[in-house]
Design a protein around this ligand. Structure first.
Ligand code: BGC
Length: 769
């Protein structure tokens, strides 16, 4: 399917640069220039206000409201109450005017516009010269960041320089809870308390149903004395003041903000206010420069261990650094009660919800860059086990069923066919535990939380599955696999395979605990009222699990009856029909063999070591031509297969838009927010695709190849406490330990002990693109 770039931004290895502001692209740029720090996220909107089309978005991880679905009330198991991340306060609120004329980029005359996101330092800046109708020239630079070292802090600096006059610039700066949630057109905030004085302004916002609260305070200072008047309006508190502009002299205005979220509704407003006020005191002694320094040095450390370089392809170089940057912004393991939304904290599409994307696409990045974050993501699932147990009951099952989409652990997806029929989140959690523990060896996590989670998932899988009366095989009836174009099918191969592996792994973990942590296991068995007979049951299910396979061809059948479906030549679908969800009647997409995203290929990727190259080849060659990649998570997995199969051109074609999906707005919907989880997939694409890494077996394997277009590339992984770097050029592969102990790796099929001197191996001919 043809996807093409909408080229707009300047290509640069470390910076995302927008020159000459294009109002038509404003909403897309607002997504691209989003900032976040896991705790909060802010879109790249113009803080001074913009009367043209703008999507002013400010989000806090896990801050949501609730909506009811009355139509579902009569049906057991269908989600009746959904929840969604809501647009919160505009803590950057600013208004600027000169001699009564307001600055507004939709109407004001400006020149020398430039907006830059510096990936090295995490600072977003925007500058231009404003020419008023009376010919006054004012140069303005806006700078902002959300602190990676103090998650509650957001920082903003405005620098004015009068170029041809002396005068006074009028400025308002405040904290505004009047934001409109774009998807519903509503404002969700009440503001029970505000306060403002010379030292600081503060406001509290509270949601109606969830009663979640945000306390926000700001301190505004300048290089010149400001005479600030406090202004209070509905849901708003701010300052108004005048800045003396002297020709040729720069003046800074700094605003340091503390945003403190309290999600527990039982916490009293006055207690939160008191706590917030205490925390806000730190703003009085903090400085913009000091906060910026700490924030930027955080990013320096990130790049030391996480950078990927690509020589000979500046676009992908910029693209992959942007992806790495977004991954760290979205989540870096501060808080195990938080997770990753499919759009991160950059927009409202997907409602801020976490999907199976976390364990399948994002977790590998964290396992190999920030294992603490990987553990916290899994702890999030442990912390929401109660909700998963509740969900299984709603579906007339036992154990734990993890939701397809959630913020608080409860199922929030109102499309019943997904919420009630897709079980890949549960098997993904089990896979995540398996993968994380295999690589990090974190047995403490496994024994304290992992095993309990696994047992409860197995209980769900054991009660949701059933025995075929005809064949005596075990399997899953009436399900939907990762390919969402096939609904209510029997024995989706992915579901069955993943369930089988989940049972096997859980049985292994229980065996291991019997030997190594018997007391803990006994306590766990008692807590869960677990009997050994459950293991016997699971073993029977494993032995009799139906894995549909055509023995003659070696092709796994995506589900029973899939091979009988009418064939659609996807190349004949007119390009205007995409996305199909909008152009084909919903039932029509279910009636043929076209697939949305990898399904068979997905389990063959996750458990790559279980399958021979030949098996991968026949399945790839069968399923790839049937896949329309309607999910942005899809091309990267195909690229990885293509690399392994030596189809280097195809591998590069599938990779081509992975790193620049949003920078070049390939799907034409970046305005809604970034494709955060597919951003993770582009890291997976380089490391597992071109790097040929495999991490599901007994060794970490590397099998690097290089695309024809690249001179060289390199990536780093954190493995067993050591930073290992892999550099590949057209002749050779160099693998070395940058810091830490020796590690064992398997490269091109042979085992090596790698130390600081590293090893250099010639690049095999077959690996050249
Ligand atoms: C994909 C799912 C994915 C979700 C969120 C959907 O389009 O089909 O697999 O979990 O998007 O990224």
């Amino acid at each position: 399917m043809q996807k093409y770039a909408d080229k707009y931004l300047v290509v640069n290895p470390w910076r995302i640069i927008e020159q000459n502001f294009d109002p038509e692209r404003n909403n897309v740029s607002e997504s691209i220039f989003s900032l976040g720090n896991e705790y909060m996220g802010i879109r790249g909107y113009f803080e001074e206000g913009y009367s043209g089309g703008s999507f002013l978005g400010s989000y806090f991880n896990g801050v949501y409201e609730i909506g009811e679905d009355a139509a579902a009330l009569h049906y057991k198991g269908i989600v009746k109450q959904t929840h969604f991340m809501i647009n919160a306060l505009d803590w950057l609120y600013t208004r600027i005017s000169l001699e009564g004329e307001n600055l507004d980029l939709a109407t004001s005359k400006i020149r020398d516009y430039e907006r830059v996101l510096d990936l090295k330092t995490g600072i977003l800046s925007r500058s231009f010269t404003w020419e008023t109708s009376k010919g006054k020239l004012l140069h303005i630079c806006f700078e902002r960041f959300v602190s990676m070292t103090s998650p509650k802090h957001g920082c903003q600096r405005i620098t004015f320089k009068a170029l041809n006059f002396d005068g006074q610039v009028e400025v308002s700066m405040g904290l505004d809870f009047n934001t409109i949630h774009r998807s519903t057109g509503k404002n969700y905030w009440n503001c029970p308390k505000v306060h403002g004085d010379e030292a600081a302004i503060s406001i509290m916002g509270k949601t109606s149903i969830t009663e979640q609260k945000i306390y926000s305070a700001a301190v505004v200072t300048s290089t010149q004395a400001l005479d600030k008047a406090v202004v209070e309006r509905e849901k708003y508190i701010g300052y108004e003041f005048r800045v003396k502009a002297v020709q040729g002299i720069e003046v800074n205005i700094d605003k340091l903000v503390l945003n403190y979220v309290e999600k527990d509704k039982s916490i009293d407003e006055s207690d939160l206010w008191a706590e917030g006020t205490k925390l806000a005191e730190e703003l009085l002694t903090a400085s913009y420069a000091e906060e910026k320094k700490k924030h930027s040095s955080y990013w320096e450390r990130v790049w030391d261990t996480s950078d990927i370089t690509i020589e000979g392809d500046l676009e992908n170089q910029q693209g992959i650094r942007y992806c790495i940057f977004q991954m760290h912004q979205t989540y870096h393991g501060e808080d195990p009660t938080l997770n990753i939304g499919a759009k991160g904290l950059t927009g409202e599409a997907y409602n801020g919800h976490t999907f199976w994307d976390t364990e399948t696409y994002c977790l590998p990045f964290y396992i190999f860059n920030n294992p603490k974050a990987a553990r916290n993501l899994l702890e999030y699932r442990y912390n929401t086990l109660e909700q998963a147990l509740e969900r299984a009951k709603q579906l007339d099952c036992e154990g734990a069923c993890y939701p397809i989409a959630t913020l608080n652990g409860r199922e929030a997806c109102t499309l019943w066919q997904h919420a009630s029929l897709q079980f890949q989140p549960s098997t993904a959690v089990a896979y995540g535990i398996f993968h994380y523990v295999k690589i990090t060896g974190d047995k403490e996590f496994l024994y304290e939380m992992g095993c309990e989670t696994l047992i409860q998932i197995c209980r769900f899988l054991a009660t949701r599955g059933d025995w075929s009366g005809r064949t005596g095989e075990f399997g899953y009836f009436g399900v939907m696999g990762p390919d969402e174009f096939q609904m209510m099918v029997n024995n989706n191969c992915y579901t069955n395979y993943m369930a089988k592996k989940t049972f096997e792994y859980t049985i292994d973990v229980i065996r291991e605990m019997k030997d190594n942590a018997a007391e803990k296991l006994q306590a766990l068995f008692a807590k869960l009222d677990f009997s050994e007979s459950e293991i016997n049951n699971w073993t029977k299910m494993v032995n009799k699990m139906r894995i549909p396979l055509d023995k003659a061809t070696g092709i796994y059948e995506q589900h029973d009856g899939y091979f009988d479906l009418p064939h659609v030549d996807i190349n004949k679908i007119p390009v205007e029909d995409f996305p199909l969800y909008n152009h084909w009647s919903y039932d029509r997409i279910y009636r043929n063999d076209m697939i949305k995203q990898p399904d068979v290929l997905m389990f063959m990727f996750l458990y790559s070591e279980d399958f021979s190259l030949e098996s991968k080849r026949v399945n790839y060659e069968f399923y790839e031509p049937r896949c329309i990649h309607e999910s942005s998570l899809s091309p990267s997995i195909h690229s990885i297969f293509a690399s392994e199969l030596g189809k280097h051109r195809e591998a590069f074609e599938f990779f081509k838009f992975a790193t620049r999906m949003d920078l070049d707005n390939y799907n034409r919907n970046t305005n809604e927010g970034l494709h955060t989880t597919s951003i993770a997939a582009s890291w997976v694409n380089i490391v597992y695709g071109f790097g040929g890494m495999r991490s599901d077996g007994n060794y970490i394997k590397m099998n690097p190849s290089i695309p024809k277009e690249w001179q060289s590339y390199s990536f780093k992984i954190l493995y067993k406490g050591s930073v290992v770097s892999v550099s590949v050029n057209k002749e050779a592969v160099k693998v070395k330990v940058n810091s830490g102990q020796k590690v064992s790796l398997n490269i091109y099929g042979s085992n090596y002990e790698i130390d600081e001197d590293g090893i250099i191996l010639p690049l095999p001919e077959r690996q050249k693109g």
